[in-house]
Design a protein around this ligand. Structure first.
Ligand SMILES: *Cc1c(COP(=O)(O)O)cnc(C)c1O
Length: 415
């Protein structure tokens, strides 16, 4: 063993020799547009121009005729569920390796999330969705995870003839494409987040993209207390709705961020691809691969350890990688099923009786229980996965040192 190959966790030199690149995410036109928004003397989207402009930029970005701005990605998925016509008692299929925002809107509408497995791409597939279809299935929320596309085209082919709606959760997948088409444009509704942990940020916020004019009115009204504001107001409070309106301050920042979204996501693609190539042939672990025809924008990436090839377990290896100064963590928490909401089924624990577990307990006697054994690849991924977090500001040296550090650690633990 040479001095350089001695693991940092055992007192050797760290693989990462310099701090990772950083930068200002809001160094474009953010301040200028914010100032303009304040000078409008209104921060209300109905009278100001910035939220409208952000929606127009989204329409152009996606090539779709309608976009509704909202307060979060969770709100966006909820609105997508509303667009899909989901109601009480319906089953909606979704992968469990996602943010709770993918499921909250389903529950809010009184529908039941049914978890399907992911493939080793971490995405759902027509196969894993088909396994969970019943005569109650009304929709699928396809989560494009980690900037990778899910095979939403295959899932649509499966669902269309069965009258099952598809919506896309693109919160982590800005700029992601499948067969050269942007995700979010395949299905009834493309749902995006601009919270602070996504490719572009306004702190919080979201968008829903639609191609159908009637659904646009439904979603727009649901997001604005059913004011029917951009229409003829003949449907004023004609139906239920939420207040998911985006303020002009967020709209202004969103415009400045959207000006740079392509630059940010293409850099993220390059970083992820470069890291993936530099890790090719790595012994002891498999690197997450995009599906065929996929263009990934790598919000993060993942490695899956092969326990039989290693002398230590995943958690010990994660510690060794972190000691090298690398931004790796366990993937073991990337799961909804094991969370108390789904295990204890206390949806509204302050209520009593069957109302507390609604919609997991349905008035017709159906009762839904959740267990990771029902999603075997997901379960295995939780046991063996590790996540690599990267940012747009990584330099080529950062990529090279990260790959070298990962190789160093896996070599040290090779059986
Ligand atoms: C972040 C995220 C959401 C929710 O977005 P918020 O803006 O935090 O509400 C939904 N789905 C996925 C896959 C996410 O990563």
């Amino acid at each position: 063993m040479t001095a350089a190959s001695r693991l940092a966790i055992h007192g050797g030199p760290k693989a990462k020799t310099t701090p990772y690149g950083t930068g200002n995410r809001f160094a474009g036109n953010e301040l200028k547009y914010l100032t303009d928004a304040l000078e409008q003397n209104t921060l209300f989207y109905g009278t100001g121009k910035w939220v409208k402009r952000a929606c127009e930029m989204m329409q152009e970005y996606l090539g779709l005729p309608y976009v509704v701005a909202c307060t979060s990605g969770t709100a966006a998925v909820h609105l997508g569920v509303v667009a899909a016509g989901i109601g009480p008692g319906d089953e909606v299929i979704v992968t469990p390796n996602t943010d709770s925002g993918s499921a909250i809107g389903i529950i809010e509408e009184g529908a039941v999330p049914v978890f399907c497995d992911c493939e080793w791409s971490l995405q759902p597939s027509a196969r894993t969705v088909a396994e969970k279809i019943t005569d109650r299935t009304r929709a699928v929320v396809v989560v494009h995870l980690a900037g990778h596309p899910a095979p939403v085209d295959e899932i649509l082919e499966l669902c269309r003839p069965r009258g099952i709606a598809v919506i896309e959760d693109c919160a982590q997948s800005w700029g992601t494409r499948l067969h050269d088409k942007r995700v979010g444009t395949f299905s009834a509704a493309g749902c995006f987040s601009i919270n602070d942990f996504k490719h572009i940020s306004t702190g919080d916020g979201g968008f829903v993209a639609l191609s159908d004019g009637d659904l646009y009115r439904r979603v727009h009204n649901y997001a604005d207390k059913h004011y029917d504001r951009f229409f003829k107001t003949e449907l004023l409070q004609a139906h239920h709705g939420m207040c998911y309106r985006m303020s002009e301050l967020l709209g202004a920042v969103a415009c400045a961020q959207l000006e740079r979204v392509e630059q940010i996501t293409s850099r993220q693609h390059d970083i992820g691809e470069s890291l993936r190539q530099q890790l090719s042939g790595l012994g002891g672990a498999r690197v997450l691969q995009p599906i065929a025809g996929g263009y990934a924008t790598y919000w993060w990436t993942a490695l899956f350890v092969e326990p039989e090839a290693l002398t230590a377990g995943r958690d010990e290896i994660v510690k060794a990688l972190q000691a090298e100064g690398l931004p790796l963590g366990s993937y073991g928490k990337y799961d909804l099923i094991e969370k108390p909401l789904f295990q204890k089924r206390h949806v509204r624990s302050w209520l009593s009786g069957p109302r507390a577990a609604y919609p997991f307990d349905q008035p017709d006697g159906r009762s839904y229980h959740y267990c990771v054994d029902q999603t075997p690849i997901h379960k295995k991924a939780l046991e063996t996965g590790m996540m690599v977090g990267m940012t747009t500001f990584w330099t080529d040296q950062d990529i090279a040192e990260t790959a070298a550090g990962i190789r160093k650690v896996f070599q040290a633990y090779a059986r």
